[in-house]
Design a protein around this ligand. Structure first.
Ligand SMILES: Cc1cc2nc3c(=O)[nH]c(=O)nc-3n(C[C@H](O)[C@H](O)[C@H](O)COP(=O)(O)OP(=O)(O)OC[C@H]3O[C@@H](n4cnc5c(N)ncnc54)[C@H](O)[C@@H]3O)c2cc1C
Length: 511
């Protein structure tokens, strides 16, 4: 053996830095991030985010899977993650393409020995994980046996309760929420958030890449006008959601501590108007910019330092709902993406897809103001209250008798907080094919009277009805011609007549 080469190899082996790669997906934060923490134990670490064009494709109904609100929020979130990684001596490598091709390529180039990520609950994401794992297995890490492959290490970080801490097997998760909640409240505990280092290992990649332009991701159908320049929102008391961990932590501080809103959450959570009737944590939870365990810790601290009451309990209660849907998806796989969901008996509604009815619902032009105001808010802002979502969904599948999955797909496009489990799980639940043993539909007029008695919410999002009196605002077509003149609105011209006979639709549901 050439002694010089031999020495060189020896030295190289000794000084070969250990390089890890952490792939971010829906865990776009630094705090409470186990995959990042474990990856940061290497000498060098490559944090990566991949914009996968497959996720931005069109739905079978002709609209994009990810609409402009969500794209904007995602870009802000990724940008903020990069900023925070850079502040800790690291970086974020941004690429566009397929993770199962890009990650192995980076791994080969930089001698990565281990890849880290957070596992997800839904099948599409799990298929991605499998594809990546398969691609990595065929690569051999430097200085290892040729067949060793690069290991993919998966962690779990999206729920309040860790699946390993559940008092039951995932396939035994009850199909009724209350049963699940009682079991976890009694038999489990929420882990503490994970402390993260202030400084991270350096990232060896020379070209970290740039964020893709919004326009290249956006596939905007012309007939949906959601361009904010055409709708001045500046005077609307809505929360301006900004993507990223910094904004998430700011919102937690603002809602819980500065605004002291948590103590009244249970009373205000069914609100419709304004920034603070509910926490609005959901968009940051969905992108993983905010950890549910961090919220849990803040709530417990608030209970110690300020007040402990039914509202503080209810915030955790709602987060258990979020957990529940994730575990339901792990149990039932793709069933909740199917038309019959987990229902075993025939559904009373014979669902259809009528583009005229569905399109009117999407645009907020059904002539039923409570549905329309909510759908317009969604279209223009990417957010809708929980009360609004329940009513909009129920109206779509029970009254308009449209196939619920079209509605769910539209919410997927627009909701800033889109989360496959919460969205499809709630839609299935509301449409009578999910985790609700009852046949539940909402009486939308009754709901409108109860939650928007004076019609303020309607006036807010439907300017044409601005002068309509509270007595008629939820059924403006019942205004006489004289009243319409007085209110400066012409029903059928400035605001549509109802596209269905609501009363008849409820009668039909009774039979
Ligand atoms: C048809 C329909 C679709 C929905 N789609 C989504 C979705 O894609 N993503 C999403 O995060 N939520 C979804 N929800 C649940 C709920 O409406 C939102 O989580 C909530 O309105 C978000 O506002 P908030 O953060 O102010 O909630 P808060 O009332 O402040 O609640 C705190 C947190 O608890 C969780 N939570 C509250 N209610 C629910 C619920 N019913 N199911 C699951 N988690 C809940 C959320 O993470 C929320 O951020 C949907 C509900 C319905 C009826």
């Amino acid at each position: 053996m050439n002694p010089i080469v031999g020495n060189y190899v020896c030295l190289a082996m000794k000084t070969q830095p250990k390089t890890s790669l952490v792939l971010f997906r829906n865990d776009l934060r630094i705090h409470d991030n186990e995959a990042l923490l474990e990856a940061s134990k290497a000498d060098r670490m490559i944090p990566v985010y991949v914009f996968d064009p497959r996720k931005f494709s069109a739905t079978e109904y002709g609209f994009p899977r990810v609409g402009p609100h969500r794209i904007r929020f995602l870009l802000e979130t990724v940008r903020n993650l990069r900023k925070n990684l850079r502040a800790r001596n690291s970086d974020l490598v941004i690429r566009t393409g397929h993770p199962e091709a890009i990650v192995p390529e980076l791994a080969r180039e930089y001698g990565v020995t281990e890849v880290f990520l957070h596992a997800e609950a839904t099948s599409e994401e799990r298929v991605d994980e499998d594809a990546l794992e398969t691609a990595l297995v065929s690569l051999s890490p430097p200085d290892s046996g040729a067949s060793a492959g690069i290991r993919l290490k998966k962690f779990w970080g999206s729920t309040l309760y860790h699946p390993d801490d559940l008092p039951l097997d995932p396939d035994q998760v009850p199909d009724v929420f209350t049963d699940f909640r009682k079991k976890v409240e009694k038999g489990s505990r929420v882990r503490e958030t994970i402390a993260m280092p202030n400084t991270l290992p350096p990232c060896p990649v020379d070209d970290p890449g740039e964020l893709p332009a919004l326009e290249t991701l956006r596939a905007l159908p012309d007939h949906f006008l959601w361009d904010e320049r055409q709708h001045d929102l500046s005077h609307k008391p809505v929360l301006r959601f900004k993507g990223g961990e910094d904004a998430a932590l700011e919102r937690v501080r603002g809602y819980i501590w500065d605004g002291d809103h948590l103590k009244r959450y249970k009373e205000t959570r069914n609100g419709l108007l304004g920034a603070d009737y509910s926490s609005k944590f959901s968009p940051w939870l969905a992108t993983g910019a905010l950890s549910p365990r961090l919220i849990h810790e803040q709530v417990r601290r608030y209970e110690k330092e300020r007040v402990k009451n039914s509202s503080t309990y209810w915030m955790i209660f709602e987060l258990i709902w979020r957990d529940y849907f994730k575990f339901v998806f792990i149990k039932h796989g793709n069933a909740l993406f199917k038309m019959d969901g987990i229902r075993t008996s025939p559904h009373p509604v014979d669902w259809r897809y009528d583009q005229h009815l569905a399109g009117a619902w999407q645009r907020g032009e059904t002539g039923i103001p409570f549905a329309d105001a909510n759908m317009r808010e969604l279209l223009l802002t990417g957010f809708m209250s929980n009360r609004g979502r329940q009513n909009a969904a129920s109206f779509f599948s029970w009254n308009l008798r449209q196939e619920w999955r079209i509605g769910a797909a539209w919410f997927e496009t627009l909701l800033l907080d889109y989360d496959p489990c919460s969205n499809w799980g709630n839609w299935a639940y509301n449409s009578g094919v999910g985790n609700d043993p009852r046949q539940r539909h909402f009486n939308i007029l009754g709901q409108a009277d109860r939650y928007d008695q004076n019609g303020d919410y309607i006036r807010h999002w439907i300017p044409a009805l601005h002068n309509a009196p509270a007595s008629h605002i939820h059924q403006p077509h019942s205004l006489s011609a004289e009243d319409q003149r007085r209110c400066a609105v012409q029903i059928g011209k400035d605001y549509p007549r109802p596209i269905i006979d609501l009363e008849a639709s409820y009668e039909r549901l009774k039979s």
